[in-house]
Design a protein around this ligand. Sequence first.
Ligand SMILES: NC(=O)c1ccc[n+]([C@@H]2O[C@H](COP(=O)([O-])OP(=O)(O)OC[C@H]3O[C@@H](n4cnc5c(N)ncnc54)[C@H](OP(=O)(O)O)[C@@H]3O)[C@@H](O)[C@H]2O)c1
Length: 303
Amino acid sequence: MEQKLAGKVIVVTGATSGIGLATVDALVRQGTSVIGVGRSAERCRQVEEHLRRLNPETRLAYCVADLGLQNQVHALADAITERLAEFGVDHLDGLINNAGTFSYWLTLTEEGFELQWAVNHLAPFLLTHLLMPLLRRAPSARVVTVSSASHYNTRLRWDDIQLRRRYNGLLAYKQTKLANILFTVELNRRLGEQSAIRAFAADPGLVNTDIGLKDSSLISRLVWNIRRRGGKPPEVAAKGLIFLVGDPSLDTAKDVYWRDGYLKIPSRYARDLQAAQRLWKISEQMCGISSSGYGLGTVDDLR
Ligand SMILES: NC(=O)c1ccc[n+]([C@@H]2O[C@H](COP(=O)([O-])OP(=O)(O)OC[C@H]3O[C@@H](n4cnc5c(N)ncnc54)[C@H](OP(=O)(O)O)[C@@H]3O)[C@@H](O)[C@H]2O)c1
C-alpha cells in the first residue's frame, strides 16, 4: 500500500487538525505529494513546517481558503493548479474532501448560505467540479468525501434544505453528511462505469477530534467532550481515507460507502437516485455552475 501512494499527488481539505491532519501526516511519511488546505494562514504555516520535517524529500504545500465562501473555493482551485505546476505535474491522483464543521447556531456566510451546508456540502461539490480537469488527466483518480454515520435516520428537507427557517444544528449537520453520500452516488453515475475516476464516501466512525468544540454551545461542548473520549484516534481514521484514495483493489469498485476499509450499506435514503439527482441540480444552481462544462453533464435523467 505504501509504495502505491508514493509519488502520487493528493489534495486534502481540512488538513490543519483532526482526521485531515493525521491523513496528511501519514501520506507525507510515505512520500506522497500533498497539497493541504486550511482556513487559517497561521495554522497552515505551522502545520506545513512540522510536516516538512517528517520527510524533507516530499513535495508538500498548503493553500489557505475559507471553504464556506465559493469565491475562495474558486481561488483555491487556481492555487492548487499553480502548486501542481511548481511540483512539475499536470494532474491530480486524488481529492479528499475532508473539511467539515459543526455549527450549533444558525450562521449565514457572506454569500448567504447556511454555514454547514456551505462548508460540508457545497464546497466539496464545487471543488470537485473545478478540479475535474486535473483528476481526468491522472491514469486513475479518486474523490473521497468524508461523510458520517450521522446520515442515518435523516432525510433532506426539500422545502428548507439549509434549515434556515427551522434551524437545528445537529439536524443541519446530519443533512450535510447525507448530502455527501448522495453527491458521491450521483458523481459516480455521471462519471460512468468506465471512468478512471471513482468516488467514495467515507465514514470515519467516532473519532476523538475537536470538531464539536469549535462553534458550539457550552452544553454541546460538554457533551462532545465526553462522547469523543470513546472515539478512535485520528491516525486510525486516517488509514480508512488512505485506503479509499489509493488502494488499487478499488479501481473498479462500485460500492460507495466505506468505514475503515470495509464497505457498509448506507441508509436507504442515501441510495435514492432520484434524491441524488435532485440534490445535484439544486447544488449546481447554488454554486452557479453547469456540470456539463466540466464533463459531468446530465446523463440519462432518471424518470
Ligand atoms: N470526529 C468525528 O467523530 C467524525 C465522525 C464522522 C465524520 N467526521 C467528519 O470528519 C471530517 C473531519 O472532521 P474532524 O473530526 O477531523 O474535525 P476537525 O478536527 O475540526 O477538522 C476539521 C477540519 O476542517 C477545517 N475547516 C472547518 N471549517 C472550515 C472552513 N470554513 N474552511 C476551510 N476549512 C475548514 C478545520 O480547520 P481548523 O483547523 O482551522 O479548525 C479542520 O482542518 C468532517 O467532515 C467531519 O464531518 C468526523
